[in-house]
Write a protein that binds this ligand. Structure first.
Ligand code: C2E
Ligand code: MG
Ligand code: MG
Ligand code: MG
Length: 281
């Protein structure tokens, strides 16, 4: 009996694996096509100054406008890009898209002065051709690098510290800024903050969403104080209500993002937001 049972379990396991890898391959192939067919779109989430209430920039977040399944979020498809060239195709696509958008906004409003943040995966950052390929795209698009901010998760920066510092400096020389994304979920070592020439620290939304639970109030205060020691600006992500915003303000947090101000919005909605702002001045 035991033997039979074991065999069944094996079959079950095997079939499930099979199904999972089939599903994986299906999505992967579909995504490759989707990139070619330009089915990926970007939503833009405003970054807001806590002091002035002004929108200082946007974070570009990728979505897949799937012809059958509707709008898909990164959680549903980004994982199939890991370890293969889709991660590069996708990131080049996103950067080009953002550069063109900056150019379009800049053309419409010559005084346009928002930063656009792009998420860079660890895989992309740690690729030896990272600097070259990104520089090439920025040049080809003719976009001023001062409009760009690269968001990188801290763990991705630690693989080869010397190279990381080198890469960051190369981009900072042309005006790109760097944000450490999801801060607090990785190593979060003081030593890294001391050595990495990043400009901005983004407190992970897990601390902000449940700000008034556990020790999060203290942790968030501590992160902001620590950032100040290193002259870093601080962004809080996942701000969903006024009470949280008030607390962040009292701690000296510089910027915030979150549903309280705005969810990530379409290009048209972002353009309308800029339009309204420009007609006020
Ligand atoms: P992230 O960079 O940490 O982005 C923040 C995520 O929090 C976004 O989810 C955003 O929609 C969500 N968010 C913002 N405000 C709130 C809020 O008030 N409440 C809640 N509950 N959530 C909020 P999204 O768009 O699903 O993106 C998930 C992750 O996918 C991103 O995390 C980023 O790591 C990755 N990602 C997105 N776009 C790209 C891309 O173009 N390239 C790469 N490599 N990764 C990307
Ligand atoms: Mg981000
Ligand atoms: Mg984040
Ligand atoms: Mg995240």
């Amino acid at each position: 009996y035991a033997k039979k049972n074991g065999k069944n379990q094996y079959h079950f396991f095997n079939e499930r694996l099979n199904l999972e890898s089939k599903q994986f391959l299906l999505i992967k192939n579909e995504l490759a096509e989707a990139i070619k067919n330009r089915e990926l779109i970007l939503h833009y989430q405003p970054k807001v100054s806590i002091k002035s209430g002004e929108v200082v920039g946007f974070e570009a977040l990728v979505r897949w406008q799937h012809p059958q399944r509707g709008l898909l979020y990164p959680d549903e498809f980004l994982y199939v890009t890991a370890g293969n060239r889709l991660s590069f195709d996708l990131s080049e696509y996103v950067l080009k898209e953002v550069c063109h958008q900056i150019n379009a906004w800049k053309e419409r409003w010559p005084e346009f002065d928002k930063k656009i943040s792009i998420n860079i995966s660890g895989e992309q950052f740690n690729n030896k051709n990272f600097t070259k390929s990104i520089m090439r795209i920025i040049e080809e698009c003719g976009t001023k690098p001062e409009y760009l901010d690269f968001e990188i998760v801290e763990d991705a920066l630690l693989k080869d510290i010397d190279r990381t510092i080198e890469v960051i400096k190369t981009f900072k020389n042309i005006g790109v800024t760097f944000s450490m994304d999801d801060f607090g979920t990785g190593y979060s070592s003081i030593n890294y903050l001391k050595n990495l020439p990043v400009d901005i620290l983004k407190i992970d939304k897990s601390f902000i969403l449940d700000l008034f639970e556990g020790k999060n109030v203290e942790i968030v205060k501590m992160i902001i104080d620590t950032a100040k020691v290193f002259d870093l600006k601080v962004v809080a992500e996942g701000v969903e209500n006024e009470k949280i915003l008030k607390y962040l303000d009292s701690c000296g947090c510089d910027y915030y993002q979150g549903y309280y101000f705005s969810k990530p919005i379409t290009v048209d909605e972002a353009t309308n937001m800029l339009e309204k702002e420009n007609s006020k001045n």
